[in-house]
Design a protein around this ligand. Structure first.
Ligand code: SF4
Length: 348
């Protein structure tokens, strides 16, 4: 079990629910656009938000941004210790930096002093693309682990232990292995992600494989599915991954692969079911809805679902907890199913 670290009012590690993170892609100094984007991400279920702070006008904007949002704000800093200190003073809930690129020891000490004073954690880590030269003879995975441990020890030497670690690579296997190895060596919470994971479908596959494998091994406390483009997609995908793994409550819509027995347009019907359930995205319960293509195998295969629908030539059979409750005409499926799903959600 990892130790508990608090980001503002959000608890990370120590068996708490896995949190979903994202990162804004507005200019941080553009307070209005940044706040708008964060509020949208909050609405979609983002638990923690990170903003890049590349210059002074961005650190100056943090105080204003923080006032307008409801989730913990993380500042992402590279190189400039003054920006780190100014960000901490602005009231952020966590800072992400690499002590190795902050420079001299006294600069790192100044940042740690501020982090201690404001009682905020620091996330350190290693990306496979920017590893500490000290470990260049190691395998990439071990170089990632040793680079991260080196930073951890540096912080610990300065009596700082509010630490979160992340180790990311665009290579799924390296991300998996490095996190697995470090999880056996330390008990600081781990932030998981596959970096530079690409556009939507590429990232979904890489991130689900890498992050999913770790989560199934009980490794990881907070996740970020990085997708090029709108960060809202990152939050939706991360939530879906957690629901799929049974680590977050929500509605899971499953559907059969289709075959020669298929009697109904499964893809179309499944998308309709997904749109019916969209308004229940924040549901704090677990529900599985199965959409099956025939009444021969469908009901059997879907018997563990809360609600299932199996198509025949002219009708569709609707099942609740494996029991047939109604046969509906194809043209009425959407309306009937919508009512059945809504009624079911009301009573469970
Ligand atoms: Fe084929 Fe029926 Fe199975 Fe769907 S549920 S894959 S239609 S046998």
């Amino acid at each position: 079990m990892t130790r508990l670290i608090k980001y503002g009012n959000v608890q990370v590690g120590n068996g708490n629910l896995i949190t979903v993170q994202s990162m804004t892609n507005t200019k941080t100094y553009d307070v209005k656009s940044t706040v708008e984007q964060i509020l949208k991400l909050e609405e979609d279920g983002c638990d923690i938000i990170r903003v890049a702070v590349p210059e002074e006008k961005s650190s100056d904007a943090l105080k204003e941004i923080k006032k307008e949002i409801n989730i913990p704000l993380i500042a992402d800093i590279h190189f400039d210790y003054k920006l780190a200190i100014e960000s901490i003073k602005a009231g952020i809930s966590k800072i992400r930096l690499n002590p190795g690129n902050i420079g001299s020891d006294w600069k790192v000490k100044e940042v740690l002093k501020a982090a201690k004073e404001y009682n905020i954690p620091i996330r350190v880590g290693a990306n496979s693309g920017s590893l500490d030269k000290r470990f260049e003879n190691d395998t990439i995975e071990m170089a990632m682990v040793n680079s991260a441990l080196y930073q951890v020890r540096l912080l610990e030497k300065n009596e700082f232990d509010k630490i979160v670690i992340s180790m990311k690579s665009s290579d799924v296997r390296k991300t998996y292995l490095s996190n697995k190895i470090i999880s056996e060596k330390i008990d600081y919470p781990l932030h998981l992600g596959v970096t530079e994971a690409g556009v939507y479908e590429d990232s979904i596959i890489s991130s689900s494989a890498g992050i999913g494998a770790l989560l199934l091994n009980n490794i990881g406390d907070t996740i970020w599915i990085s997708i090029s483009g709108d960060p809202v997609n990152e939050v939706i995908a991360a939530k879906k991954l957690l629901t799929t793994l049974g680590l977050k409550k929500g509605i899971k819509v499953i559907s059969c692969p289709t075959c020669a027995r298929t009697e109904i347009n499964i893809e179309d019907l499944t998308n309709k079911v997904k749109s019916i359930t969209k308004k229940f995205e924040k549901l704090d319960k677990n529900i599985t809805i199965a959409v099956m293509g025939c009444v021969v195998n469908g009901p059997g295969e879907a018997k563990h679902a809360d609600i299932a629908i199996a198509g025949s030539k002219t009708t569709a059979a609707i099942f609740k907890k494996g029991k047939l409750i109604e046969n509906v005409k194809k043209e009425n499926i959407e309306e009937k199913l919508s009512k059945i799903i809504e009624d079911y959600i009301e009573v469970i």
